[in-house]
Design a protein around this ligand. Sequence first.
Ligand code: URP
Ligand code: ZN
Ligand code: ZN
Length: 485
Amino acid sequence: MTAPASAPTVELAVRGGTLVDADWQDRADLFVSRGRIQAVVAPGTPLPAGSGQATEIDATGRLVLPGGVDPHCHVGFTSGDFTSLDDYRACTTAAVFGGTTTIVDFAIPRPGQAPIEAAYAQRAKAAEGLCDSALHACVVSWDGTTHGQLTELAAEGVVTVKMFTTYRGENMADEDTILRTMTTLRDVGGMVVVHCEANHLIEDAQRRCAAHGGVGADRMSFTRPELAETASVAEILAIAESARAPVYFVHQSTASSVELVAAARRRGLPAFSETVAHHLVLDEGRYDGPQPERFVCCPPLRPAAAVRELGRHLFTGEITTIGSDHCCYDLAQKRSNRHDVRTMPNGLPGVETRLPVIFSEYVVGRGLPVTRFVALTSANPARTNGIHPRKGSLRPGADADLAIWDPTLRWTLTAPDLHMATDYTPYEGRTVTGKPTTVVVGGRVVVDADRLVDPTPRGRHLPATRLDLTPTLDPRLPNPTRQYA
Ligand code: URP
Ligand code: ZN
Ligand code: ZN
């Protein structure tokens, strides 16, 4: 525990709670000064002289967590004919209600738009947010300017770049482009983050579905088989190993994909697995129920046994981060084209529900240590995005972004009570245990007892510093950066 430094005045004191960071937890009080954590002190430690006006939060019976960092969040995302319905203000409002205080968005270029243009346009929106945000750029094709654009973006602190092995004609990149992008990012201290689904296998599956049984939302699993994901992960790992470049796999939906990445990491490659909340909690049985379009996402939901196997890797340490893959479409958008998954909007709203459903299902339900919950949902995403320990940490000096969490509160998820810019949630009617009851952003209380008490947008774009590619993985694994140097 650190003693309070003598000097700065404390503006906020959080007392009586259990502080939980990624690798420790303890009963302690926390002092905030100038928007940052000033000190973690023994319970009851008096405030430093001159701090008479400090706000005090009584966190008795509650956990004090670093605010969540969502590494995968699409804000106002255009794909095909559809644009998801939120902007930075709406998305971050929902985020803070759910205990997330940093989002990482994607700047996906529109046809003809340069990656750097898309990134600068998206970055300019950060100020509309109620919390801070970082950005992944995106490369779809390579030309004579791409290397220069990536180098300039890296100098600006945008060092992670999303690439897709699917969505032909829209965002799909070929292997040469992926190799060149990986190599360039390796040299500037960045990393490719990849959506892996082998497009040729998906198109083939879709052709077969179209001929037999159809391509409606109820057929989602058949149109995007697990094999397409594992095949693509293996291919991208081979490219990364050849280039000796770090690589991060987004929304991995199967244990076998995660295991391919873990095996590469054991060979010394800095390779990381992200999963997203819906793949850890929901299964493909939803496509057999009413309104299967509510659950259409890529990769699709998987069989219940596969969901269980994937979840096991939260405990083995082989999953690095949990994101939301938030895409805020409403039911009218999801219903249009629901008879053809090739053209309907895919993706699920989830920035607000990510932490509550994972806490309930895995910490309360299955005994995941709460420190590991913090690592997966806050510290590790901050590390792989080069914003740790400013974000995702309770260390003195970190931004005072806190989710003060009631671990026993039971509540029911229902769209009218949530704050995302949509009229549905894939978790409608689900009762969960655990809720962020007070949320602090930059030392200011923003949400308290289900109310937005400070709606002032103060969002900042977070440039990445050096990526920290040593997230709290399985301690049995070698340190990837040290091994790979
Ligand atoms: O279904 C999904 N995940 N839609 C959003 C775009 C993407 O692939 O991440
Ligand atoms: Zn994706
Ligand atoms: Zn996504």
